[in-house]
Design a protein around this ligand. Structure first.
Ligand SMILES: Cc1ncc(COP(=O)(O)O)c(C=O)c1O
Length: 455
């Protein structure tokens, strides 16, 4: 713990780029027994952490713009511990976490996941890669039994969501011998090269344009896939049933079914990227399966590691998986199928049936609708599906300010990457009714603050 031993030194951070209102309400109370909580988490008491030094190092050696944002939202404090819907900061404050890039669907540190990881660490935390690993094989069997039993039987394991995207695209291109891919306007599939190629965001694609291969982004129109495939065959259609970074845009099931049918008729594989919307975040384990798309691969990530470990999976048909049956080393990665991650994944899947997804989703939907009624001046639209709500502000500036204002008041939210006028509200399923009400009341205050700055 170098930051504990080090003497305090002046913060080297530069100018703050946004000014904020002083929160009208006091910061929310800390969780019941913060010291016991921190000790249980193996984290030093917040007061003992040199937050200024952490922020200075982050600014000097990581990405300065991100470090500045962290400092503003944390009021100078840094994250030190988490439990359920709440994280604790080094400055004694706590915050509700309805963001975390959609990872903490089961809350922070779900006890059964943490226990499973501990057990894996006490056994063989790193796979030899020359012997079968029970955690990896066990997780693959569980996913095959869960996502679309009897159809999606083969699993390719990775760590980040982009790993699953890369694997699925590689399999489809190798299987068909076609270099082209179809994706959707507004889509987000990640930022590694192949995943970025399928991502819509012109700003992030721009500098890499010559490197990204043949990807066509389609408008959400029924004939779009058939039209594109009549022009040029493609290996795969990759689609998010609910676009996460694209603004919580819900693609209608009829449209998805039509696209999938047209793709299959042309020998094009259908890859459902459910890394953000799947695993019950938006209702079912797999929206594409529930909608009857008969996908050739469902991609999962983010909460798959229980919010504790990095883990992703491409759950595929035997047919799409063929290149890996022919050549076992067609696609490998040193840490793919990491035992501790897979142990976390198995424990996370165990949670899917036991938690009150529908009740929390109903409360969230009602609360979000109320916000829309009260804040029409700043909000252009709101939508919610399951535990995924999207607040569409009247400008990206307003959305960015709302994230900062909410953060300062003790609510962590995520702005959408490819639709920056939209803020996502992603409560964990373990949020209590009181925590949900607290989060919505902070959102109310943040919207009022935005309205005062941008009438
Ligand atoms: C739908 C979707 N696909 C892929 C990714 C990429 O995942 P990762 O950032 O873990 O690589 C994301 C990340 O936000 C995502 O939302």
């Amino acid at each position: 713990m170098p930051y504990l031993a080090r003497a305090r030194r002046p913060c080297r951070t530069g100018r703050v780029t946004a000014s904020l209102e002083t929160p009208a309400a006091p910061a929310p109370a800390a969780p019941p027994d913060p010291a016991a909580h921190a000790a249980a988490a193996g984290v030093p008491d917040g007061a003992a952490v040199d937050a200024a030094a952490v922020l200075a190092d982050a600014r000097a050696h990581l990405v300065p713009g991100v470090a500045d944002r962290h400092r503003i939202i944390g009021g100078g404090g840094i994250e030190t511990a988490g439990d359920g819907a709440r994280v604790r900061l080094s400055n004694g404050r706590s915050a509700l976490d309805f963001g975390s890039y959609a990872v903490t669907l089961f809350g922070h540190r779900p006890p059964s996941v943490v226990a499973a990881v501990h057990r894996a660490l006490d056994g063989l935390p790193t796979s030899t890669r020359l012997l079968a690993n029970p955690h990896a094989a066990g997780l693959a069997a569980r996913l095959a039994a869960l996502v679309d039993p009897g159809r999606l039987e083969r699993v390719c394991l990775g760590l980040n969501g982009s790993d699953a995207v890369e694997a699925a695209l590689k399999l489809a291109i190798a299987r068909t011998g076609r270099p082209a891919i179809l994706a959707v306007e507004g889509a987000f599939h990640g930022k590694s090269m192949g995943a970025l190629a399928a991502t819509f965001d012109p700003v992030r694609r721009g500098p890499l344009a010559g490197f990204l291969g043949d990807v066509r982004h389609l408008p959400p129109e029924p004939a779009a896939v058939a039209r594109a495939l009549a022009d040029e065959p493609a290996a795969a259609l990759i689609v998010e049933p609910v676009q996460g970074e694209g603004g919580g845009r819900i693609l209608p099931p009829d449209l998805l079914r039509r696209w999938a049918r047209d793709a299959h008729d042309a020998g094009t594989y259908v890859i459902a990227d459910e890394i953000q919307c799947g695993l019950r975040r938006c209702g079912p384990v797999s929206l594409s399966v529930a909608h009857g798309m008969r996908p050739d691969a469902v991609l999962l990530g983010k909460p798959l590691g229980g919010g504790v470990m990095p883990l992703s999976a491409a759950v595929c048909t035997e047919d799409l998986f063929r290149p890996l049956l022919d050549d076992p080393y067609f696609h490998t990665a040193t840490f793919g199928g990491h035992p501790a991650s897979c142990a976390a994944g198995i424990a996370a899947l165990d949670l899917l049936d036991d938690l009150p997804f529908d009740a929390v989703a109903a409360d969230l939907a009602a609360g979000i609708a109320g916000l829309a009624g009260r804040h029409g001046g700043v909000l252009a639209d709101v939508r919610s599906v399951g535990l995924f709500a999207a607040l569409q502000f009247r400008s990206p500036d307003r959305a960015g300010l709302a994230v900062l204002e909410a953060g300062r008041r003790g609510l962590l939210l995520a702005q959408c990457l490819t639709a920056p006028d939209v803020v996502r509200v992603l409560p964990p399923v373990v949020a209590t009714p009181d925590e949900l009400a607290e989060g919505l009341s902070i959102l109310d205050a943040a919207c009022r603050a935005v309205a005062r700055r941008h009438p």
